[in-house]
Design a protein. Structure first.
Ligand code: B3K
Ligand code: ZN
Length: 880
């Protein structure tokens, strides 16, 4: 294990390398235990660097076999080889030279899934962020761009396909039973984009003709027998390629684009140049095994990785502090793609839900960090909702401030000016400032200040003068390492909805507010509208134009007015969701204090009316019916949280809504499309509405019969897993008899991805008893602890998707997670650290649970021998 040194890397310490890499040739002789890697690097000393400065390359658990300079063995006194670095002295003061480094690595015993490893007999790499240094000694940092040639030699039986980045050069027989292949990638790239895959795989092929007529071969490699499940991914890839040409003018730039699906992968996927490697969960789909949500994820992630070709690969990051430069921007692009392919409003609602569920708690707790962090101990811990999701929101705000035209000009300038660069956030912002003539200095604080700003909103209607005033006041609470905050530039989209439902279109005085957006730049600003014909209702932060918390006393009648009349579908949902949240927060507080719960009749009426409104698209109605999750309610309450009280309150509301709309729900539950399954948004929306209606109807009936019937009749995974979920989570008796669970398990015994759902559904059954079931599943012989998807499906689902089970008052859930994190950390630190972040909001729990959580965290720290990944998370969570 890499020793934890406590070393902190800082943005302000950035400096370029002493040597400039020109090109690299890699040769791999693959072997499960002893893979030989030869790296030949041509480089030269950077101008101005002292002639005695040594070359220091990165390594991680690598050992050196031999080292040559310009083909000659180097004197022993001129280099030091440690597992984590290679230092070479006496290199030429000027002119190019060649460094040849030979290392041996063991893919089979590489359980961290970083560098070169084996999954299901397939050799595969993951190099972002710092995995390349586990293959050979190199300048493993994103600002070192080089042209790569790669030769792979392997046994023909073991590895039919030998793949790397770029275009195929050629290959053939090598020696007894072995063959080789060579690849050349003409686009200079950093080492984190290097990839190699070798194995016996099934292949699905297609092609795409680019805007300028270039024919690109498209290849998706999957496990044998799963070729039939790659069709949707291929289709999503072609749509992505076309979309990027149409919307951004970005064309693909190699002769071939390849995707490999593997079953052991630490994250979703990886955008290696021309050779994306995917968690097979985000490639494989057919109606029988994948849900509508799986299809939507596949579409989004295929697009995301493909879009990285321009935002990430052609223009990469200068250093890892700039991670959001590629991630936030690429998420922004994949969101826009999905919005275009599906319903934009429904897509945006899902994004808002996700942002609030994952990013807001991160920003409010001990792991809060700016979108562009300024320091890290372990970069892998910064692939966060803040960098990705908030990073995307920040790009969205640039578009809101500039308008679509200037935004596009800024993007064009960015592509044109920085193609081939390792760029920074400053470079990015400068393009928009130049293209629009706007000063984005204050706006740039979104990149450096952590925390979710709050905006308090008050309004004042003067009936006599027909004026309407909107006063906005911003604040931002301290976050770790940032006690004082500067004022932000917050673009808040708004609308004034008149009594008759029409929108008032006059402009206010008091600040910039063009295009229906208040530009809040001072602490407090009042915008005054005149000649308003009647008392308007303010719809604020429409479409969630800024990732902020809005504090506003808005009456239920006003929210209902927005929900009915707002021209923006997202704003209508926001108003409905706000009403539901308010009610649930109040009810949860009362439940915590042991008081009677308030009637939810008013809320139920609103939800039932929306559900019944056939002028609205089914997917929207489904979103409106989905009450805020228990974790959403906890986030809104913010402190002294009692998950059991929240659960009780929410269950009571579910029951009231279910009873209020029973007849409607029973009818809607039958509304799933019949016949041939289509994963498209329209049918998916109908299934979503039918699914949630079925769960309400079953709740109202208090009987599992309806869900069991749905389970038995299901002809696709969306309906099947939804039914199993209702049975298992709402009807403990059905869970105990295990009839449906057993049937599901037997049916999908040979299908790990489908079986993951079986684990998750059980792990998220509410109540303290679930922990015992999780322990049982953990102990069963078919639970594979080395497969990240499986681990996440059980331990991850339990700890981040089961508020009452995981937060059981006796602290048993925390102890379970601590024990597993300590164990997993020995093999796969990244996975362990990620699981542990489930506890990031521990300080907002009521005192008893808080103490149990603290003890569990302390026990992890006390375990010793932790990876940098886990100790960084645990230390930050306990700090302060
Ligand atoms: N860039 C990769 C993530 C790499 C994570 C490294 N710990 C996937 C993506 O965001 O597209
Ligand atoms: Zn990405």
């Amino acid at each position: 294990m890499r020793t934890e040194t406590g070393q902190v890397f800082k943005l302000k310490d950035y400096r370029p390398t002493d040597f400039v890499v020109e090109r690299i040739d890699l040769t791999f002789e693959l072997d499960p235990k002893e893979t030989k890697v030869i790296s030949r690097v041509i480089m030269h000393r950077r101008e101005g660097v002292p002639a005695d400065a040594p070359l220091v390359l990165d390594g991680d658990e690598v050992s050196l076999d031999s080292l040559q300079i310009d083909g000659a063995d180097i004197e022993r006194s001129l280099y030091d080889a440690a597992p984590d670095s290679l230092t070479i002295r006496g290199l030429p003061a000027s002119g190019p030279f060649e460094v040849t480094v030979a290392t041996t690595i063991s893919p089979e015993t590489n359980t961290k899934l970083m560098g070169l490893y084996r999954t299901n007999g397939v050799y595969c790499t993951q190099c972002e962020a710092e995995g390349f240094r586990r293959i050979t000694y190199f300048y493993d940092r994103p600002d070192v761009l080089a042209v790569y040639t790669v030769t792979i030699i392997a046994s023909k039986d073991e590895a039919k396909y030998l793949l790397s980045n770029g275009n195929y050069l050629g290959g053939g027989n090598y020696d007894e039973g072995r063959h080789f292949a060579a690849w050349f990638d003409p686009h200079p790239k950093p080492s984190y984009l290097f990839a190699l895959v070798a194995g016996d795989l099934g292949l699905v092929e297609d092609s795409f003709t680019t805007l300028s007529g270039r024919e690109v071969a498209l290849k998706i490699y999957v496990e044998h027998g799963k070729e039939g499940r790659a069709g949707y991914a291929m289709d999503a890839l072609k749509r992505s390629m076309k979309w990027d040409e149409e919307v951004y003018g970005c064309e693909y730039d190699l002769d071939i684009f390849q995707i490999v699906a593997v079953s052991d992968f630490n994250m979703g996927a990886m955008e290696n140049k021309g050779l994306n490697v995917f968690n097979d969960k985000y490639v494989l789909a057919d109606p029988e095994t994948a849900t509508d949500a799986d299809y939507a994820n596949i579409e989004a992630i295929i697009a995301h990785e493909y879009f990285h070709n321009w935002t990430g690969n052609r223009i990469t990051c200068r250093d890892w502090f700039q991670l959001c430069l590629k991630e936030g921007l690429t998420v922004f692009r994949d969101h826009a793609f999905s919005a275009d392919q599906r319903s934009a409003a429904v897509k945006r609602i899902a994004e808002i839900r996700l942002l609030k569920a994952h990013q807001f708690p991160e920003d409010a707790g001990p792991l809060a960090h700016p979108v562009r962090p300024e320091a890290y101990r372990e970069i892998n811990n910064f692939y966060t909702a803040t960098v990705y999701e908030k990073g995307s929101e920040v790009v969205g705000m640039i578009r809101t401030i500039l308008g679509r035209g200037d935004f596009r000009k800024g993007m064009d300038l960015y592509f044109q000016r920085h193609d081939g660069d390792a760029a920074t956030i400053e470079d990015f912002l400068a393009c928009f400032a130049e293209a629009s003539g706007r000063d984005l200095k204050q706006f740039s604080l979104w990149y450096s200040q952590a925390g979710t700003p709050s905006v308090s909103v008050s309004t004042d209607w003067n009936e006599a003068k027909k004026t309407f005033k909107v006063t906005l006041e911003q604040s931002l609470a301290p976050t770790p390492g940032q006690s004082r905050k500067a004022l932000m530039h917050i673009p808040l989209a708004y609308g004034l909805i008149l009594p008759d439902g029409a929108e008032f279109d006059g402009r206010p005085t008091g600040g910039e507010a063009g295009g229906g957006v208040f530009q809040l730049t001072r602490r407090k600003q009042t915008f005054t509208f005149t000649d308003v014909p009647g008392r308007p209702v303010l719809s604020i932060n429409r479409g969630f134009s800024a990732p902020v918390n809005i504090a506003m006393e808005q009456s239920a009648a006003d929210l209902a007015h927005i929900a009915r009349h707002d021209s923006d579908g997202v704003a209508r949902w926001q108003a409905i969701n706000e009403q539901a949240t308010r009610h649930l927060v109040t009810a949860s507080r009362l439940a915590r204090d042991g008081r009677n719960l308030p009637s939810a009749q008013e809320l139920a009426d609103i939800l039932v009316a929306v559900a019944a409104d056939e002028s609205l698209e089914p997917a929207f109605r489904a979103q409106a019916l989905a009450l805020p999750a228990e974790s959403d309610i906890a986030r809104e309450i913010g402190s002294n949280i009692d998950p059991d009280a929240i659960h009780t309150a929410r269950e009571a509301v579910l029951m009231e809504v279910a009873r209020a709309g029973f007849d409607l729900f029973a009818r809607l539950a039958e509304g799933a499309p019949k016949g041939q399954y289509s994963p498209g948004a329209e049918d998916a929306g109908k299934r979503a509405l039918a699914g949630i209606a079925m769960s309400y109807a079953a709740i109202a009936e208090g009987s599992p019969a309806r869900a069991k019937a749905a389970f038995d009749a299901a002809d696709n995974m969306t309906v099947l897993s939804q039914a199993l979920q209702v049975l298992t989570q709402n009807f403990p008796a059905a869970r105990e008899t295990g009839e449906a669970l057993d049937a599901f398990k037997a049916r999908f015994a040979g299908d790990p991805l489908a079986l993951d759902k079986w684990y998750s559904i059980q792990a998220t059954a509410p109540g303290a008893e679930t922990r015992a079931r999780v322990e049982e599943l953990l102990a069963s012989s078919d639970f594979d602890r080395t497969n990240p998807n499986r681990v996440r499906s059980l331990i991850g689902a339990f700890s981040s998707g089961n508020p009452t089970g995981f937060n059981a008052a006796d602290g048993g859930g925390y102890r379970l997670l601590a024990r597993e994190v300590i164990d997993i950390d020995k093999r796969n630190p990244q996975l362990a650290a990620r699981l542990l972040t489930a506890m990031r909001s521990w300080r907002s729990l009521e005192p008893g649970r808080q103490e149990q959580a603290r003890l569990a965290l302390v026990s992890i720290r006390a375990a010793g021998n932790l990876s940098t990944d886990v100790s960084d998370i645990v230390d930050r969570m306990l700090a302060g």
